[in-house]
Design a protein around this ligand. Structure first.
Ligand code: ATP
Ligand code: FE2
Length: 323
């Protein structure tokens, strides 16, 4: 089976064709804001300006008549971006007369992790720009056991970076700077039950910069504090649920320090730590194509009239008949 997947919930317009085993072809057209963070309308304009070229690029190698379905991220994400991608996907589905499959973006981050690792029924730490959740599957649904009460960890890193005068996206720059930090400065460690919060930390870190603390030390302190919170909640979920696997997914998951902390925590408990290859952690078309393929195989399709985008679609709303 061959499915084309289109991702474009926010910064990355990416299209891929996948089969059951691998990614056959993928193209990426990332949107990089001139200044500040991601602007939804500008990002959507970027996607619509590049989508025809992206498809031509895919079809230069893949014969469209060999496709069995077209999957797209139906949500969550930025409304204007989602609508741009949905329009392209509907058009392709009608023109090629193949099924349309609306995929939940968060479920896709997890599915690609399960596809490319040996994790069976892990506690998932999903960390990206817009989302930060500790998730595990109960029967045919994912359940959220802990999540951010305000902004996602990626947004927090991007905000702090912007304040420090670093370009978007801030996560990778903060990781590099943190590597050269050595003095830990205390920041608010906010966990309420199984939930956590980052926006107070961002303000406190900005105050450290205002006080003249080096940007390296602020980045270091920020990562250590925020990641410790995420690891604590992940570990507690493992204990409650009696699970011994952790799967790290989402764009922030490429961070080497976060991976190291989770790895150490898993080792201490006799558990196992997994994460998919780096190129499949940030937003990508392959994860949408692959999840669409799994859905299609169990007969899941989206009728055109039901393909309205869902900017606030949650991971725990999706039934998982393929599980
Ligand atoms: P979602 O809709 O799932 O929230 P997203 O639009 O945030 O997705 P992703 O590609 O999943 O997109 O994640 C992007 C985030 O990952 C950005 O906030 C970026 O700063 C962060 N990020 C990227 N690389 C790193 C890194 N090395 N360390 C920390 N954060 C990183
Ligand atoms: Fe994402």
């Amino acid at each position: 089976m061959l499915v084309l997947g289109i991702e474009g919930t926010a910064w990355n317009l990416s299209i891929a064709v996948v089969n059951e085993n691998s990614v056959i072809k993928e193209v990426r057209y990332p949107y990089i804001p001139h200044k500040g963070g991601i602007h939804p309308r500008e990002a959507a304009q970027h996607h619509s300006g590049h989508i025809a070229k992206a498809l031509r690029n895919i079809f230069s190698q893949i014969d469209p008549s060999t496709l069995d379905g077209v999957a797209f991220s139906i949500g969550p994400g930025m409304g204007p971006c989602l609508r741009t991608v949905a329009t392209a996907a509907r058009t392709l589905s009608l023109a090629l007369d193949i099924p349309l499959i609306g995929v939940n973006h968060c479920v896709a981050h997890i599915e690609v992790g399960l596809w490319k690792t040996d994790a069976k029924n892990p506690v998932v730490l999903y960390v990206s720009g817009g989302n930060s959740q500790v998730i595990s599957r109960r029967g045919r649904f994912y359940r959220v056991f802990g999540e951010t009460l305000d902004i996602g960890i990626g947004n927090a890193l991007d905000k702090l970076a912007r304040y420090a005068g670093l370009p978007h996206p801030g996560g990778p720059k903060i990781e590099k700077l943190a590597f050269h930090g050595s003095h830990y400065h205390s920041l608010p460690y906010v966990i309420k039950g199984m939930d956590f919060s980052f926006s107070g930390m961002v303000t406190a870190a900005q105050n450290l910069l205002n006080r003249g603390i080096s940007v390296e030390d602020v980045c270091y302190s920020f990562q250590e504090t925020a990641f410790a919170m995420l690891v604590e909640v992940t570990e507690r979920a493992m204990a409650y649920l009696e699970r011994d696997e952790v799967l790290l997914v989402g764009g922030v998951g490429v961070n080497a320090r976060l991976q190291e902390m989770l790895h150490i925590m898993c080792q201490d408990r006799g558990g196992r730590f997994f994460c998919p290859p780096r190129e499949l952690m940030g937003d990508n078309g392959a994860m949408i194509g692959y999840t669409g393929l799994k859905m299609l195989k169990t007969g899941e399709k989206t009728r055109i009239e039901d393909s309205t985008v869902k900017p606030n679609y949650r991971v725990d709303e999706v039934e998982l008949p393929w599980m």
